[in-house]
Design a protein around this ligand. Structure first.
Ligand code: SF4
Length: 344
């Protein structure tokens, strides 16, 4: 798998340089960019604005429009769609379209095949890590979804699928630049959220290199409990994480989102809620409470609605902005922490 051979992962200036190298005018590269990103060309054959000889030259050199192809589509009873997408080296990554109350869709994007971080509550983490996805393979999740489901207005992208985006920060940053490009999808920075388990150097780089929203998978208000649930916290302890978050460039009216998976009897007591309020009191933020979705082999159960509501009330009583995110698509294993690249 050669990343440079997938044109969807190349910026306009890279495509201009490629066109020039192959004996064409640079504007042919810009045309190629627009056809792939704005007009959702599925293959080089679809890019009929380009001379046939140029397309043939690209194909002869091993270039293709995309790095992924759709291998499976599952639709949940609640209209959530889970796509299985194949890489050219035979891996399957997953991306999910989630219906929002507004009628628009949010797309959950994967950044790696598998994940190395082994969070206790996550099915993806049980599989281990295979490799980072390329910028083309990240962008393609969105482009292929738009082409396949033209009636689904995908308004938001969240990097919450398979993998830890900030352990693949080069390709994730490039993919975000591609998706935000005015001649491509022109996605607003407010509509792209990168969710991290707390990779401190990656948070710093993300803040410096690209404009997007940041979410942090927190799940515990103390270092001791967090290290138990998320082994990554031993490498990047809570105090270092909070220090990096306080420095993260936040535009006015933006907030960092903290995700907190509620695990019954583990992190959902009133004392945990109080500790959480204390921990986050100096950060402009909101908290997403996510009732745990059990998956085969997980050691946690599902919290009761009453305990979830009680936790929310305790946060709200302290003026902490908080919501409950009830996961969609649980019947097709498309809910949070259930993406595992498995068929069926
Ligand atoms: S929750 Fe995220 S970071 Fe943790 S194992 Fe799952 S995919 Fe990896």
């Amino acid at each position: 798998m050669e990343q440079s051979k997938h044109l969807s992962g190349m910026l306009p200036e890279e495509l201009e340089a490629l066109a020039l190298r192959l004996g064409e005018k640079p504007y042919r590269g810009r045309q190629l960019f627009e056809q792939i990103h704005a007009r959702l060309a599925g293959s080089l054959d679809d890019v009929t604005v380009l001379p046939g000889a140029f397309r043939k030259r690209l194909a002869d050199e091993g270039f293709s429009a995309h790095g992924l192809s759709i291998s499976q589509v599952l639709e949940s009873t609640d209209t959530t769609i889970k796509m299985g997408l194949s890489t050219v080296d035979g891996l399957v990554v997953e991306s999910v379209l989630i219906p929002m109350e507004t009628g628009a869709f949010t797309q959950c994007m994967s950044s790696q095949a598998g994940c190395a971080l082994a969070c206790e509550f996550c099915m993806t983490g049980t599989l281990g890590w295979t490799r980072n996805l390329t910028a083309a393979e990240i962008v393609d999740q969105h482009l292929l979804a738009l082409a396949r489901f033209p009636d689904r207005p995908v308004k938001n992208l969240v990097f919450m699928g398979m993998g830890e985006p900030l352990l693949n920060v080069d390709e994730v940053v490039k993919a975000i630049r591609l998706l935000q490009h005015e001649k491509a999808r022109s996605l607003s920075p407010r509509r792209i959220t990168v969710s991290t388990a707390g990779i401190v150097p990656g948070i710093r780089r993300l803040g410096q290199e690209v404009d997007c929203q940041l979410a942090v998978s927190l799940n515990a208000p103390t270092q001791e409990l967090r290290a138990e649930l998320m082994p990554v916290s031993r490498r990047y302890p809570l105090d270092e994480l909070m220090a990096a978050l306080k420095e993260f460039p936040l535009l006015p009216r933006r907030r960092i989102t903290f995700e907190y998976v509620l695990l019954p009897g583990v992190n959902d007591s009133p004392a945990h809620a109080r500790d959480l309020v204390r921990l986050l009191s100096h950060i402009r933020c909101k908290v997403n409470l996510i009732p745990f979705n059990p998956f085969p082999g997980s050691r946690f159960g599902r919290p009761s609605d009453e305990s979830v509501d009680r936790f929310l009330e305790l946060l709200s009583a302290k003026q902490m902005m908080a919501t409950i995110r009830r996961s969609r698509g649980a019947d097709i294993l498309a809910a949070c922490g259930q993406l595992a690249g498995k068929k069926g």
